[in-house]
Design a protein around this ligand. Structure first.
Ligand code: UTP
Length: 473
């Protein structure tokens, strides 16, 4: 090994020893020079101080960063108000103006491992179009293309990936010619990875020459935007708003003008869409206020009593469910990205595959350690202005999380078809009976929303049939 490698090795060995992590070098003697170098690179990225702190918190049995009590339900712009008031019409106009002025970029977070879905490949490549079989990535891409055409402005699209999804996502876009988008305007930015520890605080090795690492959570996007130069690029291009969504929601209304307008009118630094919870057991985090700051309490952190609490009229008290659709002001992201400790690390107890002291792989059958993640919604308390607007769940949110049952491809496809049936009905189309069973899909390139569909159908008499995919422009 070269001299610098030896120096690095010595320094990292010392650092590991200081933090009780000498076992990272346990298999050193058996490794080739290349493998040693690869291992050193991974060890060099570890923040030992931080991990020691996290291990100590876990050892003391303290919960990882949660929301302190007491908190109150948060205010939000209710659906009726958000969609029909004069404020609403103004919001749409304002949002459209921002889109026409090229002030808006789009970001999808697609770095997760999609463990629950168990699909081989990035979730974005999952075929979700109920008739077309189009992938999640393609549906999002076509929406962006349609928005570019509608507002006659190019839009930058940032795709957050991780080691788990980066290469495959990029290849998928290339193989599909970026679904008609201009490739230079689509940028894949890779998020960071974090090691995991066992219950004694020891960093786990996945193989004799490899530290176990997993993506650092969707909150990792803030640092990834800074490191990749995306924030600088946005600034250079005069983009001051970033629309954020998750890859697994085919119903998302990307860069929705009304949302943008409400954000601007409210002078917000971060905005979010919420849906009203109707059942206590719904698995969405809820938006609350604590000491004048907005925060999200994860569903797992809400006590049964808190989830079930009702208002006098019968509505759920903590009802503002977070659906992970946000709008950020760029200057706010720059501020958050400037402080590497701005977003806390959350701990999750997991089954973590690793090698034992003899280098033998172990697939634990019960949780054996902790992974760490940052959450994007932890930006909320840092924002100087927040706007939360209510939307109808059936119109905007139906994520693909599980292989079967709730939040699965089956429910998501059904919700997409139901949405498109409602658009058709609202446009006055005659639907063949039984209308509620009609299988139909509308391409974003045919119509982005109910209003555009109405316009299209006014101009053309299109007979609607079962199994139809309305696609051409
Ligand atoms: P989820 O928490 O639902 O994770 O992510 P997931 O990877 O899709 O699925 P499971 O939990 O492993 O089954 C919500 C969104 O955040 C992104 C995901 O890609 C998804 O769009 N995400 C999550 C990231 O981009 N990076 C992460 O580190 C975690």
């Amino acid at each position: 090994m070269a001299r610098t490698d030896h120096d690095t090795e010595r320094r990292l060995r010392d650092e590991a020893a200081r933090h009780g992590q000498t076992h990272l070098f346990r298999f050193w003697e058996s490794l080739t020079a290349d493998r040693r170098r690869a291992l050193l690179e991974q060890i060099a990225e570890i923040d030992f101080e931080e991990l020691s702190r996290l291990a100590e918190t876990a050892r003391r049995g303290e919960s990882s960063e949660g929301v302190d009590r007491p908190f109150e339900p948060s205010p939000f712009v209710a659906l009726e108000e958000g969609a029909t008031s004069t404020l609403a019409a103004d919001a749409v106009r304002e949002g459209e103006r921002a889109l026409r002025a090229g002030r808006v970029a789009v970001l999808v977070v697609a770095g997760g491992q999609g463990t629950r879905l168990g699909f081989p490949g990035p979730k974005g490549t999952f075929p979700i179009g109920p008739i077309s079989g189009k992938s999640l990535y393609q549906l999002h891409a076509e929406k962006i293309l349609a928005i570019e055409r509608r507002y006659r402005r190019p839009i930058r699209w940032y795709v957050l990936t991780s080691e788990a999804t980066h290469e495959d996502s990029r290849e998928f876009f290339e193989a599909n010619r970026f679904f008609g988008l201009v490739p230079e305007r689509v940028r894949f930015i890779e998020q960071g990875m974090l090691p995991a520890i066992d219950r004694q605080g020891r960093i786990l090795l996945e193989a004799p020459d490899r530290v176990f690492r997993s993506p650092n959570g969707h909150g990792g996007v803030v640092d990834a935007l800074r490191r990749s130069g995306a924030l600088d690029e946005m600034r250079r291009d005069g983009v001051d708003l970033l629309f954020y969504f998750q890859v697994d929601n085919p119903l998302v209304r990307i860069a929705d003008p009304s949302f943008i307008g409400h954000h601007l009118a409210g002078g917000a630094e971060m905005s979010l869409k919420i849906v009203r919870k109707v059942r206590p057991e719904e698995k969405v985090g809820v938006l609350v206020m604590r000491e004048g700051q907005y925060r999200i309490v994860e569903y797992s952190e809400l006590s049964a009593a808190e989830s079930e609490e009702r208002l006098p009229g019968g509505a759920i008290r903590f009802q503002a469910g977070n659906i992970a659709i946000h709008l950020f002001s760029r200057s706010f992201l720059e501020r958050v990205a400037g402080d590497r400790d701005a977003l806390p690390l959350h701990r999750a107890t997991k089954k973590i595959p690793h090698v034992d002291e003899h280098g033998v792989p172990v697939e634990p059958s019960a949780p054996n350690g902790f992974k760490f993640e940052r959450f994007v919604f932890d930006c909320l308390p840092l924002a100087r202005g927040v706007v939360a607007i209510e939307v109808a769940r059936a119109d905007e949110f139906s994520p693909v999380k599980n292989a079967t049952g709730s939040e699965s491809p089956e429910t998501s496809k059904a919700d997409l078809m139901a949405l498109h049936r409602r658009w058709l009905a609202a446009a006055g189309a005659r639907l063949p009976e039984p209308a509620n069973r009609l299988r139909i899909e509308i391409s974003p390139l045919f119509a982005l929303d109910a209003d555009e569909l109405r316009e299209k159908l006014r101009a053309n008499e299109i007979p609607v049939t079962d199994g139809m995919h309305l696609e051409s422009r």
